[in-house]
Design a protein around this ligand. Structure first.
Ligand SMILES: [Zn+2]
Length: 486
């Protein structure tokens, strides 16, 4: 192992530990700057160029190292701007009902507000905060684009096409078909749900969707105390980790500063992996808990003997397949019936809502990818307009242009999520065909994943396609999944 790799692993562990300690409420403030400073040499221009030069030496490992180096190089140079934006977001307040509400609390209020006119009023107040963040975010984006060119890439899109080994333009174009083929059913369901919720079609916004998807009526099925037992039953059913033998640490400690959202921290892969939760119950809480549990299971089953890049790094499309696979048991009728205990007719209503939630999310991500490709090709000045037009075309609701630059992930994570969604639906279709409707309680389902995890990330998502009977990503399984077709 090279000295660079050894240092890179140390760095990764320290950063992950810092996020774990802060997120789990054991440390008050996130301090990653000192860690970056200590390891500044890792991301020196010389070292990053060196990694990029060896990108194709021994893929995928050398590609993962180059990806880490290049992303670290970018982050290192915009971290001051990032910190400013994060602090501005943390400090921002919105005047609501005679009270100062933290900006970060607004999404929760929106999802729970019953009156659509009040929702829209609150939403426009929060857009004002977004508008104030825009100049700094624009500066950051322009800086990031310059850095990509400094490193010798044609542009930011080209940089990530190379680092991710994905043709981002072709993917964005191809996925238009997903929008086309689900358009009619999406509109039918959207307008039907808006009407039932008493929201005028031509006035609907993202806040109304958040309210519809909040679906309080199902809360009684998703109790907070049932989450962990349901996970244990699920793992046991597929022959994965069972009972007290969990290979990761379940952090259930109720600390006041603990993040309300579940997360997984792979501090040291595979021997020190945390699944951190502060259970509050509800469909959404279960959803993110199962997602993160999928990450924890995966990371804690990778053999310790594998080298750093294929053990710890890896492509995020495949990493997200494992978390989605655990999460989308919440879309499997027999799992929902037997593990959650929802019966007809609530079962059908719950499944229909969950599929609509996923359809909305997917359409949003396809549009986001199309928008991101355009912005990263240099359309920064018109970001707001392009964002609004692209998302409105896909979602048929009003979109606030002020969010354009905040609703964006670095490094085309959007594209990686989409690839993971596509693959995971293909995987579930394969398991259903091979093992039947109740595949999730067949030990072979667990064994297949177990074998994949044992190889670490030496295989990419494309390498695994033949193992589920395909040669390329297909769209039909995902379309069938969100439309509830067999
Ligand atoms: Zn994830």
């Amino acid at each position: 192992m090279s000295e660079w790799e050894r240092k890179a692993e140390e760095f990764t562990e320290k950063i992950a530990r810092e996020f774990y300690l802060t997120g789990s409420g054991q440390k008050e403030k996130l301090e990653i700057e000192p860690i970056y400073r200590q390891y500044a040499d890792l991301f020196s221009e010389e070292n990053v160029r060196e990694r990029l030069m060896h990108l194709h030496d021994d893929p995928p490992a050398t590609r993962y190292l180059a990806g880490m180096a290049a992303s670290g190089f970018v982050e290192n140079q915009v971290k001051k701007l990032d910190q400013d934006v994060t602090n501005a977001i943390l400090a921002a307040k919105v005047d609501w009902d005679g009270e100062e509400v933290p900006f970060l609390q607004v999404p929760v209020l929106l999802a729970n507000e019953e009156d659509w006119q009040r929702r829209h009023k609150l939403e426009s107040l929060s857009s004002q905060v977004d508008a104030e963040l825009l100049p700094r975010l624009r500066e950051r984006l322009e800086r990031v684009h310059e850095i990509a060119e400094t490193l010798g890439f044609e542009d930011y899109v080209q940089m990530y096409k190379t680092l991710l080994d994905v043709d981002l333009d072709a993917q964005a174009q191809w996925l238009q078909k997903f929008l086309d083929e689900t358009e009619e059913e999406y509109k039918r369901q959207l307008f039907d749900r808006l009407q039932k919720a008493g929201i005028p079609e031509d006035e609907a916004t993202s806040a109304d969707i958040a309210f519809i998807l909040r679906a309080k009526e199902f809360d009684r099925y998703f109790e907070k105390d049932r989450m962990v037992p349901a996970l244990l039953e699920t793992l046991k059913a597929a022959g994965l980790s069972k009972g007290e033998d969990l290979p990761f640490t379940l952090d259930l400690e109720p600390r006041p500063l603990k993040s309300p959202r579940a997360f997984c921290s792979p501090v040291k892969v595979p021997e020190e992996v945390y699944l951190v939760i502060k259970p509050h119950g509800g469909r959404d809480d279960w959803d993110s808990f199962f997602h993160e549990a999928g990450h924890a299971e995966h990371f804690s089953h990778i053999p310790k003997s594998l080298p750093f890049p294929v053990r710890v790094l890896g492509d995020s499309d495949l990493i997200e397949v494992y978390s989605f696979h655990m999460q989308y048991r919440l879309l499997e009728p027999s799992w929902v019936r037997d593990i959650v205990g929802i019966r007809s007719p609530d079962l059908e209503r719950y499944l229909s809502l969950s599929r609509f939630a996923k359809l909305f999310l997917l359409r949003r991500y396809v549009a986001k990818l199309q928008y991101e490709v355009s912005i990263h090709r240099g359309n920064v000045e018109n970001a707001g307009e392009i964002y609004k037009a692209t998302l409105e075309r896909a979602l048929h609701i009003h979109i606030a242009p002020e969010r354009a630059l905040r609703d964006m992930d670095d490094g085309f994570y959007t594209a990686m999520y989409l690839r993971a969604w596509l693959f995971e639906a293909m995987l579930r279709e394969f398991l259903r065909k091979e093992l039947g409707e109740t595949w999730w309680r067949h030990p072979d389902a667990g064994d297949l994943l177990y074998q994949w995890w044992q190889r670490g990330q030496t295989k990419t998502l494309n390498d695994l396609l033949p193992e589920i009977g395909h040669t390329k990503l297909e769209m039909e399984p995902l379309i069938h999944d969100v439309l509830g077709l067999e």
